[in-house]
Design a binder for this molecule. Structure first.
Ligand SMILES: Nc1ncnc2c1ncn2[C@@H]1O[C@@H]2COP(=O)(O)O[C@H]3[C@@H](O)[C@H](n4cnc5c(N)ncnc54)O[C@@H]3COP(=O)(O)O[C@H]2[C@H]1O
Ligand SMILES: Nc1ncnc2c1ncn2[C@@H]1O[C@@H]2COP(=O)(O)O[C@H]3[C@@H](O)[C@H](n4cnc5c(N)ncnc54)O[C@@H]3COP(=O)(O)O[C@H]2[C@H]1O
Lengths: 141, 141
């Protein structure tokens, strides 16, 4: 079980804290969200409410899908709709303290994991990149 | 060095072959590429030429960036520009046979690696997901 134990030593380094995770509000309109996602270039980001609760995930393709219709690529509907209408809500979340086996298992299908506290307040994310760095450390032992 | 050796046993399973990797042509126009990326939902895909050579990578945010201007979100310029004008070209590529240490190192910063042959013909991709599956296998030993 040496992989797990090596990770346990580095646990506190995996979390990217909420303060530096780009996000949008569930009540933002889609034109605003389009601008944010285009500028920051992250492919998928958390959606929060006005009390920092985690609500879902949003990507540019979810917004772009609403622009496809009878009139080609049409952005005119974006100001009339909110993030919460189209965001992805079936999202696994984890809480501290980590269960490294659960993290490794979930990161097979998720590029990042959303960390919340017991009240669903958004705490941060754990990314595949942080785990991959850990493997490079382990592999060089 | 047991991590490397466990991976070497599974080498042939990592490659996602070119035939099932979504891609666009460098001469496609951006409105077409916008549709493709919106529909397939992969966040970044390879760009090829008409002889299957790897040319670069394209994401929806690269296209969306061209739509931001004086007139809000404007799709009217998309039919007049080609993928090759905006694609990302500083992309690391690897060749078979794999060097697993190189793969683990590059996958820290790349969600997937582009595999080409010696003539730059696109062969497939190696994804973080395939490596994460390998780790789960290893961790359960
Ligand atoms: N500005 C940047 N600086 C340096 N490297 C960058 C970067 N943007 C992307 N990358 C690299 O590309 C990978 C995929 O990014 P993506 O945005 O598709 O997918 C990201 C994104 O959806 C989310 N994410 C990561 N950091 C974030 C942040 N600070 N705010 C919001 N979302 C974040 O987690 C996913 C996985 O991230 P991970 O770090 O494992 O993997 C990242 C990282 O290795
Ligand atoms: N249709 C789908 N079915 C099942 N799972 C899906 C999926 N679309 C996305 N995922 C999951 O989300 C991860 C990130 O996908 P993304 O499109 O941002 O980032 C992808 C995408 O940019 C590219 N990619 C993967 N497979 C591809 C394919 N068949 N064609 C084109 N690009 C692909 O490699 C990146 C990393 O892929 P990876 O598999 O490691 O990681 C994938 C996978 O775990």
């Amino acid at each position: 079980k040496s992989i797990e134990s090596l990770f346990e030593q580095r646990q506190d380094h995996f979390l990217i804290p909420a303060e530096i995770v780009a996000n949008v509000q569930e009540t933002n309109h889609l034109d605003h969200a389009f601008l944010v996602l285009t500028k920051i270039k992250y492919s998928k980001i958390p959606v929060l409410d006005n009390e920092q609760h985690f609500k879902g995930l949003l990507s540019l393709s979810m917004i772009a899908e609403t622009m496809l219709g009878m009139n080609g690529i049409d952005p005119s509907t974006l100001p009339r709709h909110q993030v919460r209408e189209i965001m992805q809500t079936d999202v696994p979340t984890i809480e501290l303290p980590y269960d490294i086996e659960e993290i490794l298992h979930l990161l097979v299908d998720q590029p990042f994991l959303v960390v919340v506290d017991k009240d669903q307040i958004f705490t941060g994310i754990v990314t595949r990149r942080e785990i991959m760095k850990g493997f490079n450390y382990t592999a060089h032992e």
